[in-house]
Design a protein around this ligand. Structure first.
Ligand code: AMP
Ligand code: MG
Length: 310
Protein backbone atom coordinates (compact mmCIF):
# COMPACT_ATOMS: atom_id res chain seq x y z
CA UNK A 1 0.00 0.00 0.00
CA UNK A 2 1.25 3.46 -0.89
CA UNK A 3 0.74 6.62 1.16
CA UNK A 4 0.71 9.49 -1.34
CA UNK A 5 0.23 13.24 -1.05
CA UNK A 6 0.27 16.53 -2.92
CA UNK A 7 -0.75 17.07 -6.56
CA UNK A 8 1.04 13.92 -7.67
CA UNK A 9 -0.71 11.95 -4.94
CA UNK A 10 -4.13 13.19 -6.04
CA UNK A 11 -3.35 12.04 -9.60
CA UNK A 12 -2.16 8.62 -8.39
CA UNK A 13 -5.25 8.16 -6.21
CA UNK A 14 -7.50 9.24 -9.10
CA UNK A 15 -5.78 6.71 -11.39
CA UNK A 16 -6.55 3.97 -8.85
CA UNK A 17 -10.19 5.06 -8.69
CA UNK A 18 -10.53 5.06 -12.47
CA UNK A 19 -9.13 1.49 -12.48
CA UNK A 20 -12.01 0.36 -10.17
CA UNK A 21 -9.75 0.34 -7.10
CA UNK A 22 -10.56 1.87 -3.72
CA UNK A 23 -8.50 4.55 -1.98
CA UNK A 24 -8.60 6.26 1.40
CA UNK A 25 -8.82 10.06 1.20
CA UNK A 26 -9.14 12.95 3.66
CA UNK A 27 -12.26 15.04 4.20
CA UNK A 28 -12.91 17.74 6.79
CA UNK A 29 -14.80 15.19 8.92
CA UNK A 30 -12.88 11.87 8.87
CA UNK A 31 -10.92 9.84 6.30
CA UNK A 32 -13.16 8.09 3.79
CA UNK A 33 -12.67 4.80 1.96
CA UNK A 34 -13.76 5.67 -1.55
CA UNK A 35 -14.64 4.04 -4.84
CA UNK A 36 -16.31 5.48 -7.95
CA UNK A 37 -20.00 5.81 -7.12
CA UNK A 38 -21.13 4.54 -10.54
CA UNK A 39 -19.02 1.39 -10.33
CA UNK A 40 -20.66 -1.62 -8.62
CA UNK A 41 -17.38 -3.54 -8.50
CA UNK A 42 -15.51 -0.71 -6.75
CA UNK A 43 -18.38 -0.31 -4.27
CA UNK A 44 -18.31 -4.06 -3.55
CA UNK A 45 -14.58 -3.70 -2.77
CA UNK A 46 -15.43 -1.07 -0.14
CA UNK A 47 -17.83 -3.42 1.66
CA UNK A 48 -15.31 -6.25 1.36
CA UNK A 49 -12.50 -4.16 2.88
CA UNK A 50 -14.69 -2.93 5.76
CA UNK A 51 -15.76 -6.50 6.62
CA UNK A 52 -19.30 -5.38 7.39
CA UNK A 53 -21.75 -8.20 8.04
CA UNK A 54 -24.49 -6.07 6.42
CA UNK A 55 -24.75 -3.68 3.49
CA UNK A 56 -25.07 -0.22 5.01
CA UNK A 57 -25.72 2.59 2.51
CA UNK A 58 -22.74 4.81 1.69
CA UNK A 59 -22.48 8.59 1.38
CA UNK A 60 -21.97 9.87 -2.16
CA UNK A 61 -19.40 12.68 -2.27
CA UNK A 62 -19.75 15.29 -5.03
CA UNK A 63 -17.68 18.31 -6.02
CA UNK A 64 -20.43 20.40 -7.66
CA UNK A 65 -24.16 21.14 -7.53
CA UNK A 66 -24.76 20.09 -11.11
CA UNK A 67 -23.78 16.50 -10.31
CA UNK A 68 -25.79 16.52 -7.07
CA UNK A 69 -28.84 17.68 -9.02
CA UNK A 70 -28.48 14.82 -11.46
CA UNK A 71 -28.30 12.18 -8.72
CA UNK A 72 -31.09 13.22 -6.34
CA UNK A 73 -34.40 15.09 -6.35
CA UNK A 74 -33.93 18.17 -4.18
CA UNK A 75 -36.96 19.74 -2.50
CA UNK A 76 -36.79 23.52 -1.87
CA UNK A 77 -35.85 23.05 1.80
CA UNK A 78 -33.04 20.57 1.17
CA UNK A 79 -31.70 22.76 -1.65
CA UNK A 80 -31.58 25.71 0.72
CA UNK A 81 -29.61 23.64 3.24
CA UNK A 82 -27.17 22.45 0.59
CA UNK A 83 -26.65 26.00 -0.65
CA UNK A 84 -25.99 27.17 2.90
CA UNK A 85 -23.82 24.38 4.28
CA UNK A 86 -22.03 22.90 1.24
CA UNK A 87 -19.19 22.37 0.96
CA UNK A 88 -19.41 21.19 4.56
CA UNK A 89 -20.23 18.43 7.05
CA UNK A 90 -23.91 18.00 6.17
CA UNK A 91 -25.13 14.81 4.50
CA UNK A 92 -28.60 15.05 2.97
CA UNK A 93 -30.72 11.98 2.24
CA UNK A 94 -33.04 12.44 -0.73
CA UNK A 95 -34.87 10.26 -3.22
CA UNK A 96 -32.65 8.97 -6.03
CA UNK A 97 -33.44 10.71 -9.28
CA UNK A 98 -34.90 8.50 -12.00
CA UNK A 99 -31.79 8.63 -14.13
CA UNK A 100 -29.25 8.34 -11.30
CA UNK A 101 -26.33 6.16 -12.29
CA UNK A 102 -25.21 5.63 -8.69
CA UNK A 103 -24.53 1.97 -7.94
CA UNK A 104 -27.58 0.32 -6.35
CA UNK A 105 -25.15 -1.43 -4.01
CA UNK A 106 -23.84 1.96 -2.77
CA UNK A 107 -27.40 2.78 -1.67
CA UNK A 108 -27.86 -0.76 -0.28
CA UNK A 109 -30.87 -1.10 -2.56
CA UNK A 110 -32.70 1.90 -1.04
CA UNK A 111 -34.70 4.40 -3.09
CA UNK A 112 -32.70 7.16 -1.44
CA UNK A 113 -29.18 8.54 -1.80
CA UNK A 114 -27.13 10.15 0.97
CA UNK A 115 -25.13 12.97 -0.60
CA UNK A 116 -22.70 15.66 0.47
CA UNK A 117 -20.02 18.03 -0.80
CA UNK A 118 -16.96 17.80 1.49
CA UNK A 119 -15.18 20.98 2.59
CA UNK A 120 -11.69 19.75 1.83
CA UNK A 121 -9.73 20.85 -1.25
CA UNK A 122 -7.92 17.51 -1.55
CA UNK A 123 -11.22 15.59 -1.53
CA UNK A 124 -12.79 18.00 -4.06
CA UNK A 125 -9.72 17.83 -6.33
CA UNK A 126 -9.76 14.03 -6.11
CA UNK A 127 -13.43 13.87 -7.16
CA UNK A 128 -12.67 16.16 -10.13
CA UNK A 129 -9.51 14.27 -11.12
CA UNK A 130 -11.32 10.92 -10.91
CA UNK A 131 -14.09 12.33 -13.09
CA UNK A 132 -17.15 11.56 -10.99
CA UNK A 133 -18.73 11.23 -7.57
CA UNK A 134 -17.09 9.02 -4.94
CA UNK A 135 -19.01 6.64 -2.67
CA UNK A 136 -17.33 6.46 0.71
CA UNK A 137 -17.99 5.36 4.26
CA UNK A 138 -15.48 6.17 6.99
CA UNK A 139 -12.15 4.39 6.39
CA UNK A 140 -12.31 2.02 9.36
CA UNK A 141 -13.24 -1.62 9.73
CA UNK A 142 -16.76 -2.37 10.87
CA UNK A 143 -17.24 -1.50 14.54
CA UNK A 144 -13.99 0.48 14.90
CA UNK A 145 -13.61 4.22 15.42
CA UNK A 146 -13.41 6.61 12.47
CA UNK A 147 -9.86 7.57 11.38
CA UNK A 148 -8.74 11.19 11.42
CA UNK A 149 -5.16 10.66 10.21
CA UNK A 150 -3.61 8.69 7.33
CA UNK A 151 -1.66 6.56 9.82
CA UNK A 152 -4.93 5.36 11.44
CA UNK A 153 -6.06 4.10 8.04
CA UNK A 154 -2.79 2.32 7.32
CA UNK A 155 -2.83 0.66 10.76
CA UNK A 156 -6.36 -0.52 10.09
CA UNK A 157 -6.07 -1.78 6.52
CA UNK A 158 -2.35 -2.42 5.84
CA UNK A 159 -1.93 -3.84 2.36
CA UNK A 160 -5.59 -4.68 1.84
CA UNK A 161 -6.08 -1.28 0.16
CA UNK A 162 -3.71 -0.01 -2.54
CA UNK A 163 -3.48 3.68 -1.70
CA UNK A 164 -3.99 6.28 1.04
CA UNK A 165 -4.08 9.93 0.05
CA UNK A 166 -2.58 11.79 3.00
CA UNK A 167 -4.04 15.21 3.68
CA UNK A 168 -2.87 15.58 7.27
CA UNK A 169 -5.22 15.50 10.27
CA UNK A 170 -8.93 16.04 9.59
CA UNK A 171 -10.10 19.49 10.64
CA UNK A 172 -13.31 18.41 12.41
CA UNK A 173 -12.68 14.79 13.32
CA UNK A 174 -16.43 14.23 13.75
CA UNK A 175 -18.66 12.54 11.17
CA UNK A 176 -21.09 14.68 9.18
CA UNK A 177 -24.58 15.53 10.39
CA UNK A 178 -27.03 13.31 8.48
CA UNK A 179 -30.50 14.72 7.71
CA UNK A 180 -33.16 12.64 5.98
CA UNK A 181 -35.60 14.44 3.65
CA UNK A 182 -37.17 11.33 2.19
CA UNK A 183 -40.15 11.43 4.60
CA UNK A 184 -42.72 14.16 5.23
CA UNK A 185 -40.84 15.33 8.33
CA UNK A 186 -37.11 15.94 7.94
CA UNK A 187 -35.21 13.84 10.45
CA UNK A 188 -31.71 14.21 11.84
CA UNK A 189 -30.41 10.64 11.72
CA UNK A 190 -26.96 11.44 13.04
CA UNK A 191 -26.00 14.56 14.99
CA UNK A 192 -22.81 16.31 13.96
CA UNK A 193 -21.14 19.71 14.01
CA UNK A 194 -24.02 21.29 12.07
CA UNK A 195 -26.69 21.37 14.76
CA UNK A 196 -30.49 21.36 14.80
CA UNK A 197 -30.30 25.09 15.68
CA UNK A 198 -28.03 25.77 12.67
CA UNK A 199 -30.54 24.01 10.42
CA UNK A 200 -33.57 25.78 11.89
CA UNK A 201 -31.87 29.14 11.40
CA UNK A 202 -31.98 28.45 7.67
CA UNK A 203 -35.34 26.72 7.35
CA UNK A 204 -37.23 28.56 10.08
CA UNK A 205 -39.11 26.58 12.68
CA UNK A 206 -39.82 23.30 10.99
CA UNK A 207 -40.90 20.06 12.50
CA UNK A 208 -37.60 18.33 12.91
CA UNK A 209 -37.46 14.83 14.24
CA UNK A 210 -34.22 14.59 16.16
CA UNK A 211 -34.40 10.85 16.43
CA UNK A 212 -36.13 10.61 19.83
CA UNK A 213 -38.42 7.95 18.37
CA UNK A 214 -36.65 4.60 18.14
CA UNK A 215 -35.42 4.11 14.60
CA UNK A 216 -34.42 1.00 12.80
CA UNK A 217 -30.96 1.00 11.26
CA UNK A 218 -30.95 1.88 7.52
CA UNK A 219 -30.22 -1.70 6.54
CA UNK A 220 -33.34 -2.89 8.37
CA UNK A 221 -35.84 -0.30 7.14
CA UNK A 222 -39.24 -1.44 5.96
CA UNK A 223 -38.97 0.71 2.85
CA UNK A 224 -35.76 -1.10 2.02
CA UNK A 225 -36.27 -2.51 -1.42
CA UNK A 226 -37.54 -6.09 -1.57
CA UNK A 227 -38.76 -7.66 -4.80
CA UNK A 228 -42.40 -8.72 -5.18
CA UNK A 229 -41.18 -12.17 -6.15
CA UNK A 230 -41.28 -14.86 -3.47
CA UNK A 231 -37.70 -15.95 -2.78
CA UNK A 232 -36.73 -19.50 -1.75
CA UNK A 233 -33.16 -19.51 -0.42
CA UNK A 234 -30.47 -22.22 -0.45
CA UNK A 235 -32.19 -23.97 -3.34
CA UNK A 236 -30.18 -26.68 -5.10
CA UNK A 237 -32.54 -26.83 -8.08
CA UNK A 238 -35.63 -24.95 -9.19
CA UNK A 239 -39.15 -26.23 -8.80
CA UNK A 240 -41.82 -25.81 -11.47
CA UNK A 241 -42.75 -22.15 -11.98
CA UNK A 242 -39.61 -20.83 -10.31
CA UNK A 243 -36.81 -18.82 -11.90
CA UNK A 244 -33.38 -19.87 -10.68
CA UNK A 245 -30.88 -17.30 -9.44
CA UNK A 246 -27.58 -19.14 -9.56
CA UNK A 247 -24.12 -18.71 -8.12
CA UNK A 248 -20.96 -20.38 -9.39
CA UNK A 249 -20.04 -22.60 -12.33
CA UNK A 250 -22.49 -25.38 -11.40
CA UNK A 251 -25.53 -23.16 -11.93
CA UNK A 252 -27.57 -24.14 -14.99
CA UNK A 253 -27.13 -22.00 -18.06
CA UNK A 254 -30.71 -20.76 -18.03
CA UNK A 255 -30.36 -19.29 -14.51
CA UNK A 256 -29.71 -15.64 -13.72
CA UNK A 257 -26.18 -16.13 -12.41
CA UNK A 258 -24.89 -13.75 -9.70
CA UNK A 259 -21.36 -14.88 -10.55
CA UNK A 260 -20.55 -17.68 -13.00
CA UNK A 261 -17.05 -17.97 -11.50
CA UNK A 262 -18.35 -18.06 -7.91
CA UNK A 263 -16.82 -14.68 -7.03
CA UNK A 264 -18.54 -13.10 -4.01
CA UNK A 265 -17.50 -9.57 -4.96
CA UNK A 266 -19.15 -9.96 -8.36
CA UNK A 267 -22.26 -11.41 -6.69
CA UNK A 268 -22.45 -8.43 -4.30
CA UNK A 269 -22.04 -6.02 -7.20
CA UNK A 270 -24.95 -7.65 -9.07
CA UNK A 271 -27.24 -8.40 -6.10
CA UNK A 272 -29.56 -5.36 -6.03
CA UNK A 273 -29.67 -5.14 -9.81
CA UNK A 274 -30.74 -8.79 -9.90
CA UNK A 275 -33.48 -8.32 -7.28
CA UNK A 276 -34.89 -5.47 -9.36
CA UNK A 277 -34.56 -7.51 -12.51
CA UNK A 278 -36.89 -10.16 -11.01
CA UNK A 279 -39.62 -7.51 -10.76
CA UNK A 280 -38.90 -6.11 -14.22
CA UNK A 281 -39.41 -9.59 -15.63
CA UNK A 282 -42.61 -10.03 -13.54
CA UNK A 283 -41.19 -13.13 -11.88
CA UNK A 284 -43.47 -14.51 -9.15
CA UNK A 285 -41.23 -17.13 -7.57
CA UNK A 286 -37.46 -17.38 -7.57
CA UNK A 287 -35.14 -20.02 -6.14
CA UNK A 288 -31.75 -18.75 -5.00
CA UNK A 289 -28.80 -21.14 -4.96
CA UNK A 290 -26.66 -21.23 -1.79
CA UNK A 291 -24.15 -18.41 -1.30
CA UNK A 292 -21.16 -19.28 0.92
CA UNK A 293 -21.38 -17.64 4.35
CA UNK A 294 -17.86 -16.16 4.17
CA UNK A 295 -16.50 -12.68 3.41
CA UNK A 296 -19.07 -10.67 1.43
CA UNK A 297 -21.33 -13.75 1.42
CA UNK A 298 -22.39 -12.89 4.99
CA UNK A 299 -23.83 -9.52 3.89
CA UNK A 300 -25.34 -11.02 0.71
CA UNK A 301 -27.11 -13.74 2.73
CA UNK A 302 -28.31 -11.20 5.30
CA UNK A 303 -29.88 -9.14 2.52
CA UNK A 304 -31.40 -12.19 0.81
CA UNK A 305 -32.89 -13.45 4.08
CA UNK A 306 -34.58 -10.11 4.66
CA UNK A 307 -35.74 -9.86 1.04
CA UNK A 308 -37.28 -13.34 1.33
CA UNK A 309 -39.47 -12.46 4.35
CA UNK A 310 -42.87 -11.17 3.35
P1 AMP B 1 -20.35 6.42 7.38
O1 AMP B 1 -20.48 5.06 6.79
O2 AMP B 1 -19.57 6.40 8.64
O3 AMP B 1 -19.90 7.42 6.40
O4 AMP B 1 -21.82 6.84 7.82
C1 AMP B 1 -22.84 7.11 6.90
C2 AMP B 1 -24.14 7.16 7.63
O5 AMP B 1 -25.19 7.56 6.76
C3 AMP B 1 -24.50 5.78 8.15
O6 AMP B 1 -25.09 5.89 9.41
C4 AMP B 1 -25.49 5.29 7.10
O7 AMP B 1 -26.31 4.30 7.59
C5 AMP B 1 -26.22 6.58 6.76
N1 AMP B 1 -26.84 6.54 5.43
C6 AMP B 1 -26.21 6.57 4.25
N2 AMP B 1 -27.10 6.48 3.23
C7 AMP B 1 -28.31 6.41 3.78
C8 AMP B 1 -29.64 6.32 3.26
N3 AMP B 1 -29.87 6.30 1.94
N4 AMP B 1 -30.65 6.26 4.14
C9 AMP B 1 -30.42 6.29 5.48
N5 AMP B 1 -29.20 6.39 6.03
C10 AMP B 1 -28.16 6.45 5.21
MG1 MG C 1 -18.51 5.02 9.96
Amino acid sequence: MQIVSGRKGIKQAADHLRSSNIVAFPTETVYGLGGMAYNDDAVAKIFEAKSRPKFNPLIIHVADFQTANRLVDFCPQSLKLAETFWPGPLTIILNRSNNSEVSLLAGAGLKTTAIRMPDNDIALDLICAAGGPIAAPSANKSGRVSPTRAIHVSEEFGDTIPCILDGGPCLLGLESTVIDFSDAIPTILRPGSITKQDIEEVLGKIALDTGKKPRVAPGMMARHYAPSAKLRLNAKTKKRGETLVGFGPEAPRDSINLSPTGNLREAAAKLFFTLRELDKRNIIEAAIMPIPETGLGVAINDRLRRASKK
